[in-house]
Write a protein that binds this ligand. Structure first.
Ligand SMILES: [Zn+2]
Length: 191
């Protein structure tokens, strides 16, 4: 977003705020309905709205279809108790490691110590590393395919400005970058 847009944005808000003070209408949201018509809706980060029968939001400054985030949220569901030792997973670390390991942090530490004792840890850690690399590849691929799909579309920035990818990378460039990226990541795997 350039400075001019930012200034325009602030001045619109300030004018409305001043109006509200004068009219005693201090409760009304100043960001709504100022200078925007219905066909140009102003959306900010985290907003959720419907458009053409689909739900949208703005995340990290990009207009995104919401069903994708619902899916991510479900994936992030963490049970209260560790399925392995049945203790309450109350530590921040438990929540961080659960999605990848399906057990609490203490259980992971015990498991890894056990493997070390049995001399199996190298195999285990190589496998773990490869799993992490693979999930990075999957995430990267999904992200790039998304970028390629919308490389000709416009997107809405955090401030609600519509910008386009014009002058950005072409589909072909992105496709090539994707393939190169996958080869690079694949090489990080331990064979
Ligand atoms: Zn546990």
């Amino acid at each position: 977003m350039n400075d001019n847009v930012l200034k325009k944005e602030f001045s619109k808000k300030d004018v409305q705020r001043a109006r509200n003070l004068v009219t005693g209408n201090t409760n009304s949201r100043t960001t709504e309905g100022v200078g925007y018509t219905k066909k140009y809706e102003h959306h900010v980060e985290g907003d959720v709205w419907e458009e053409n029968g689909r739900k949208w939001t703005i995340k990290n400054g990009l207009k995104q279809n919401i069903t994708k985030f619902d899916k991510f949220k479900k994936m992030g569901n963490i049970p209260l108790f560790c399925p392995e030792c049945n203790t309450l997973m109350k530590k921040e670390l438990d929540k961080k490691v659960f999605p990848a390991y399906q057990k609490c942090f203490d259980c992971i530490v015990d498991y890894e110590a056990q493997l070390q004792k049995e001399g199996k840890s190298e195999e285990y850690f190589n496998d773990l590393r490869n799993q992490h690399v693979q999930s990075a590849i999957n995430g990267y691929e999904e992200f790039m395919k998304d970028q390629i799909k919308k490389s000709n579309d416009s997107y809405v920035t955090e401030a609600g400005d519509v910008e386009s990818w014009k002058g950005g990378k072409s589909k072909e460039e992105l496709e090539r970058e994707l393939q190169e990226g996958i080869v690079f990541l694949e090489n990080l795997k331990i064979k």
